[in-house]
Design a binder for this molecule. Structure first.
Ligand SMILES: *Cc1c(COP(=O)(O)O)cnc(C)c1O
Length: 250
């Protein structure tokens, strides 16, 4: 079932690819597995998923430890032992990357930096400072995305679009974080066309940051598009999709 779902997602991406006449083979699919079992995650990995997204640190830690069979997720213990710490079914494949996609509280940062390859939900300078400090303690440079509240909805996390550039300037000075790009959660809509303008807005913001050369490196990642709207997101420039139901079912 999950493997078929992944196959269908890839078919749908291929259709967009030929319509746009653009190579989309490097688009990353993050399987968002909140509330899903370890068995379901394993099936997704067997189906070719290389990126796992979670939105609670504790749930992610538990699954991470079970999946890699180590009790204490000490940074470094992990895949410096590549092959031994991985599931047999994933041998000879890319190591699994873990993504934090939910709101991150500062008191959870210490654990978060131990397991996540990419923290997608950085929504304040204060949080970035804490990530920088905790990452420094374990000699890590933590990849992050900045979450932007493109729709301005009250109930959403994320920086206001017009404040992002200033914050990027400040965050770029932090030595133990690396800003990879931007992330947004679009509003729930019955029709993807309604959220397309928000995707466009995020892409414009990314382009502007790069034009202004605020960071010494380019920001390449645009994490947008979920189960109900990922085709529109790709058309507007998404490089990373976060898919829950499309992978695991309703
Ligand atoms: C759950 C979740 C997703 C996946 O949602 P689906 O609509 O099931 O694809 C993506 N991003 C975030 C931040 C989530 O919490």
């Amino acid at each position: 079932m999950i493997k078929e779902n992944i196959f269908k997602i890839k078919e749908r991406i291929a259709l967009v690819s030929s319509a746009l006449n653009k190579d989309l083979s490097r688009i990353r699919i993050v399987a968002v597995s909140k509330g899903r079992s370890l068995e379901q995650i394993k099936e997704a990995i067997e189906g070719g998923i290389t990126d796992i997204g979670e939105n609670r640190v504790q749930e992610a830690l538990t699954k991470y430890n079970q999946l890699f069979g180590i009790r204490d997720s000490v940074f470094g213990a992990r895949c410096s032992v590549v092959g031994t710490c991985r599931e047999p079914s994933t041998e000879n494949r890319e190591p699994i990357k873990w993504h934090m996609v939910g709101h991150l509280q500062t008191n959870k940062v210490k654990d978060a930096v131990k397991i996540f390859d990419l923290i997608q939900s950085v929504d304040s300078f204060h949080l970035a400072l804490e990530i920088d400090a905790q990452a420094a303690k374990i000699h890590k440079v933590q990849d992050i995305l900045i979450e932007v509240n493109v729709s301005g909805e009250q109930n959403k996390f994320g920086l206001k679009p017009d404040g992002v550039i200033e914050v990027v300037k400040e965050m770029a000075k932090l030595k133990n974080i690396n800003i990879r790009g931007l992330m947004a959660v679009a509003p729930v809509a019955d029709n993807p066309e309604k959220v397309r303008p928000y995707f466009r807005k995020l892409k414009e913001l990314l382009d502007k940051i790069n034009e202004l050369r605020i960071t010494s490196y380019g920001l390449r990642v645009l994490s947008m598009g979920m189960t109900d709207d990922f085709e529109a997101a790709i058309e507007e420039g998404a490089t990373m999709l976060r898919l829950g139901r499309a992978v695991f079912g309703k």
